[in-house]
Design a protein around this ligand. Structure first.
Ligand code: SF4
Length: 447
């Protein structure tokens, strides 16, 4: 199936497309246009902007108009949660709209809800009926859709029936495959994201199998969400995205980093060229230990290609250990990369797992510097997972299996969470970190 998004095509024999998302306030037209231009200059081919309310739809229109006036034709994607009417308005403005089945009509309150077959079918039908105006507007304007399933925001109905599992993600997506068929709408892309590489790859594979069995395979957007920053974020992204691309899966990719979005693009570009790069020695051993020798000087290329091939082998064989070799790097540096990949694939945890979102126009505090502060205070605990999330709207759900979290509120403040439970009112960042430290210090000795 081929999908058209402005001048860009996805699927069939179209090249893999690199995309990213702004983290400016969409209502700040000047800042958003400036950031889009930097992203385009970096090589970004599609750009998503959050649209949290009707107020931002006008700003989105203005951003598009300003870009087109300057001859910048990059397709724009509206990212919409919770508000079908906002999605409908955006569908008349930009080339693509992303909606999340977990919050389009259904909601997530972490409650078990038991529905009979009849009630369950009625809930799916109600969702389909609410989606009809969106499909109609998309058809009228030639707008594409992304049905973006996130592990951390599956609705109560789905989780109660299928558990919080990759299978549940695939089943949620398949409900929307059915809705697309019902409305004869096929300009659609699906994504299955999680901060857990294994969940993300597993869910995507399961969806692909189900789509093949249904007779219609839509293009897939692939990415590891809340991957973090720096080497950890890049390696986690490469392990997940690379594993799928090396299986021939994925029409568009996003490397989600808690960094300026233009930083994502060069690394994502390396992943689009995996078929041209192959580690020189590449041994898969039957006892579950993989040795990868890739003698390359370019450090980013080394991280990208090695993590991608390791992710691919881990998906196929469920590895127990990974040995990295590169004649240009020391044993310590090779061990460092090996540990990052082992952690990314959750084979062996050697340090604290940081789950942090890339931020977007919903973020009202400095998430990048906060993540650095959190890392300085809490690194080195292999059994500890800490989320650093941009907003209260999606953050608590999306940090999924984190033990503790810092979640953005309004006006530069954050709240501290223990799993899904909010423990503090909005605090200044340093105050929140002190609270978090007091909270978890007693347990750190045992981690
Ligand atoms: S969790 Fe982060 S990326 Fe997701 S909507 Fe909130 S601020 Fe944006």
């Amino acid at each position: 199936m081929k999908v058209q998004i402005g001048d860009i095509c996805l699927g069939d024999d179209c090249p893999i497309v690199v995309q990213s998302m702004t983290n400016t306030f969409t209502s700040d037209v000047e800042a958003s246009v400036a950031q889009v231009k930097r992203m385009v200059a970096a090589g970004c081919e599609m750009i998503r902007l959050t649209v949290p309310s009707m107020k931002e739809v006008d700003a989105l229109r203005e951003i598009k108009s300003r870009l087109r006036t300057e001859g910048i034709e990059v397709p724009l994607i509206a990212d919409v949660h919770f508000l079908p009417n906002v999605a409908e308005a955006c569908a008349a403005v930009v080339e693509k709209v992303r909606v999340n089945p977990g919050n389009f009509v259904d909601k997530r309150s972490f409650r078990q809800i038991d529905l009979s077959e009849t009630e369950y079918a009625a809930a799916v039908d109600a969702m389909a009926q609410r989606a009809k105006p969106l499909f109609d507007i998309c058809k009228q304007h030639g707008t594409a859709l992304r049905i973006g399933i996130n592990h951390g925001s599956l609705c109560d109905r789905i989780v109660s029936r299928y558990g919080n599992t990759p299978y549940a993600m695939a089943m949620s997506a398949m409900e929307w495959v059915g809705i697309c068929q019902r409305y004869d709408f096929h300009n659609v892309v699906f994504s299955m994201k999680s901060s857990n590489v294994n969940v993300m790859t597993d869910a995507t594979m399961q969806l692909l199998k189900m789509m093949k069995e249904s007779g219609t395979v839509y293009p897939l957007h692939v990415g590891v969400t809340e991957a973090g920053a720096g080497d950890e974020g890049r390696v986690k992204s490469a392990a997940g995205i690379g594993a799928l691309l090396l299986h021939g899966i994925g029409s568009t990719i996003r490397v989600s980093l808690t960094e300026p979005p233009e930083n994502e693009v060069p690394f994502a570009r390396l992943l689009t060229r995996l078929n041209d790069e192959k580690p020189s020695v590449y041994t898969s051993i039957s006892d579950g230990c993989l040795t990868i020798r890739y003698d390359v000087k370019d450090r980013q290329k080394w991280l990208a290609v090695t993590a991608a091939f390791a992710g691919y082998e881990h998906f196929n064989h469920r590895l127990k250990d990974i040995v990295i070799e590169n004649k240009y790097y020391s044993l310590d540096e090779c061990k460092y990369l090996s540990n990052l990949i082992l952690q990314a694939c959750r084979i062996k945890m050697t340090q604290t797992e940081f789950i942090s979102c890339p931020s977007c126009g919903r973020t009202q505090y400095d998430i990048q510097s906060t993540l650095e502060k959190v890392k300085q205070r809490f690194s080195g605990y292999p059994n500890l997972k800490i989320g650093v999330m941009g907003c209260v709207v999606n953050g608590p759900g999306e940090m999924a299996d984190a033990d503790f979290g810092i979640v953005g509120c309004t006006h530069g403040k954050v709240s501290v969470y223990r799993q899904k439970e909010r423990l503090t009112p909005p605090l200044e960042v340093d105050e929140a970190l002190d609270y978090l430290q007091q909270l978890i210090t007693p347990t750190l000795q045992t981690l």
